[in-house]
Design a protein around this ligand. Structure first.
Ligand code: PMV
Length: 325
């Protein structure tokens, strides 16, 4: 067992295909250069100690025989269930101290939960010299996210593991990242935290009410994802913008946009963006716009004038990795 390990994993931005990805359709997600770091060291007794300032945890302690209790603080559950699932997988258990740091607020919807889970599993693998491969890290992390949240396609977990930009289908192996040139994207935060499980359930209710129509929306989103893959690889920005607008209309139809998202999306289009859409579950969090490179500033200013916060992120970041201590 190593003495101390530090691992980081990236946050993510959904580019195309949110919601329909839950129903087996493809999506495209890119990893961002805002990362979460997890430090692991041993602890003398059979306790897990977690310090995670970004979710207000200061030396929170749980017995390793009782990890991930449902009454534990929400901020601890991804780490403690990741530890539990790792221990169960290897039929082991020992005292641990886990400290996390984040480049970004968990409010943005950049996937802090999946990133911290993936980084914890990878750190445990390194710490115990188990050398899990990326597929195994994905499986254990995805199980952990489902244990905590109950819902999710795993696209955010895949993004944290593999990084880059990926075309993802639930349950299918990710076949490498899409190699593409940098895209001129703007990310605008609405200032409102979205609750992903609630929005996923809302779409599920709509689906139950009108399967035929909602299935046809998912089919159209799926076609947009296929087209956008080509547009990303060919760096066809105008086409990409058009596809974003179409995807946004379908998301509105599913009822997951919000007045704040619509306002920032409208502002960016007015200022010259090729296209814009919400990114993630909707209801708040962030919107993205693809913008002519010479209009990036103008569009950013317009988003801020409408009350949004422009987040400077770079896309196609590296997936989970070990960091020097
Ligand atoms: O809210 P986020 O960024 O976790 O994105 C949710 C995307 C969904 O398709 C709605 C859910 C999922 O797990 O795929």
């Amino acid at each position: 067992m190593k003495k101390r390990i530090k691992v980081s994993a990236p946050g993510k931005l959904m580019l195309f295909g949110e919601h329909s990805v839950i129903y087996g359709k493809p999506c495209i997600v890119t990893a961002v250069d805002q990362r979460i770091r997890v430090n692991i060291g041993s602890s003398d007794n059979k306790y897990l100690k977690i310090s995670a300032p970004q979710v207000n945890l200061d030396n929170y302690i749980e017995s390793i025989d009782n990890l991930g209790r449902s009454d534990a603080p929400a901020g601890s559950r991804f780490v403690s269930l990741a530890v539990k699932n790792f221990f169960d997988y290897y039929k082991t258990g020992f005292g641990l101290k886990v400290t996390t740091e984040s480049d970004f607020s968990s409010k943005f919807g950049f996937g802090s939960s999946s990133a911290v889970t993936v980084a914890t599993i990878k750190a445990l693998s390194q710490f115990t010299n188990s050398n899990l491969d990326n597929d195994q890290i994905f499986e254990l992390s995805y199980k952990t996210v489902l244990d905590v949240q109950g819902v999710g396609s795993g696209f955010d977990v895949a993004s944290a593991v593999w990084g880059g930009t990926i075309y993802y289908i639930k349950g299918k192996k990710t076949k490498g990242t899409l190699k593409h040139m940098k895209l001129p994207l703007i990310v605008g935060y609405t200032g409102i935290k979205a609750d992903t499980p609630t929005l996923v359930r809302q779409v599920a209710d709509l689906y139950q009410k009108d399967k035929k129509r909602v299935n046809s929306v998912f089919g159209s989103i799926s076609a947009i994802v296929e087209e956008s893959k080509k547009a990303i690889l060919g760096r066809d920005l105008k086409k990409l913008g058009m596809l974003m607008n179409e995807n946004q209309q379908l998301l509105k139809y599913l009822g997951v946009s919000s007045p704040e998202l619509d306002k920032l999306i409208g502002a960016s289009l007015k200022a010259g963006a090729y296209g814009a859409k919400l990114s993630g579950a909707g209801g708040g969090d962030c919107m993205i716009a693809v913008v002519p490179p010479d209009k990036l500033r103008l569009v950013g200013r317009e988003i801020e004038r409408q009350g949004g916060i422009v987040l400077a992120v770079k896309t196609q970041a590296q997936g989970v990795r070990v960091e020097k201590i």
